[in-house]
Design a protein around this ligand. Sequence first.
Ligand code: FES
Length: 166
Amino acid sequence: MQLTGSRDELFSADIRTQIAVWLAKYPENQSQSALIPALHIVQDASGGWLSEATLDAVAVYLDLPKIAVYEVATFYGMFELSPVGKHKINVCTNISCQLNGSDKVVAQLTEKLGVGLGETTADGNITLKEVECMGACCGAPMLEVNRDYHEFLTPAKIDEILAGLK
Ligand code: FES
């Protein structure tokens, strides 16, 4: 994608201010160090996902080759490259969670939501994703809703979480 206009026109003043906080933490020629937080900021401001045009804009804004942005955005599961629901549930099915019943967690979630892993409810409210270890093995089984961790899941806790996602 060919971007036109000035660098400052790529993002709102609010986004530029947030990214500037991260850029200020690193030497001037090390904008790549601010890439992950910048992608989070832009994703949060873009309905929870990053379009190709948005990724290109991040590359221009941080003065990075497009590939440097794409390789990060496509590597980490926390970045979405297609539209997602208003809320995102990431359910961990890695070893500790698996040994502590993540299959039952997934079964309850898919049944209650009426969607499979990687899918979004028909009303666009919730996207359900399967993820690798979230570093909270001691609280297995666990899931993440948006940015909040929920650990030691039980059927009642899962129902409570879902009821809170309006
Ligand atoms: S295996 Fe699920 S958080 Fe580590």
